[in-house]
Design a protein around this ligand. Sequence first.
Ligand code: MN
Length: 231
Amino acid sequence: MTDFVIPPAAIASLTVQGSSARFPVHRIYCVGRNFAEHAKEMGAEVPARGTPVFFMKPADAVVPDGGAVAYPTATTDLHHEVELVVALGRDADGEIALTNALDLVFAYGVGLDLTRRDLQALAKEKRLPWDISKGFDQSAPTSTLVPAAQAGELSTQRLWLEVNGELRQQTLLSEMVFGVAEIIHELSRLFALKAGDLIFMGTPAGVAALQRGDHFRAGVDGLAEFSGHIA
Ligand code: MN
């Protein structure tokens, strides 16, 4: 057994439908501008084929199954972005071909890519990194994961988010610019993908502010649903 000079941090993890065992989170990759209408509302261009926009969050940004999510420090404009979440169950051995990409998928879920929108706007304006606007503590509330075998094929299911009972965001998964296989292929050219990686697939139009006390409910029809509140 390895001796550590300080106790190692706990492994961040998510619950799995039909299992008492948990999914250990290795990395969180996120896709930006993956829905044309959201790119438009952000005043951004939809990326050309072969060049999706990626950023990351730390593994321990996950908030398993929602619940109480802390309003982050250093912002007055916390935004919701509801997204399909893909969980990898196998390591990639280098670059993964499009045709083999889905073999890596262990499960699917739904999550929120919480964003300090004011700090992101500043970062864009000053050409600074997005980390502090995207990769903060508790910035990735995520549902129970549904094993791919139980999820069936993803095609035109509806991805949606309600805040205080009001529908804020909804789209069909078929509206994604880059599909799951394409994103896994592109990520595998840039990073050594591992079992335990999560991919947040990008958000549709309708992003808006969350306030303290707001209650959210998010889902993909026929797949997963979860809820929580901003504490
Ligand atoms: Mn996002």
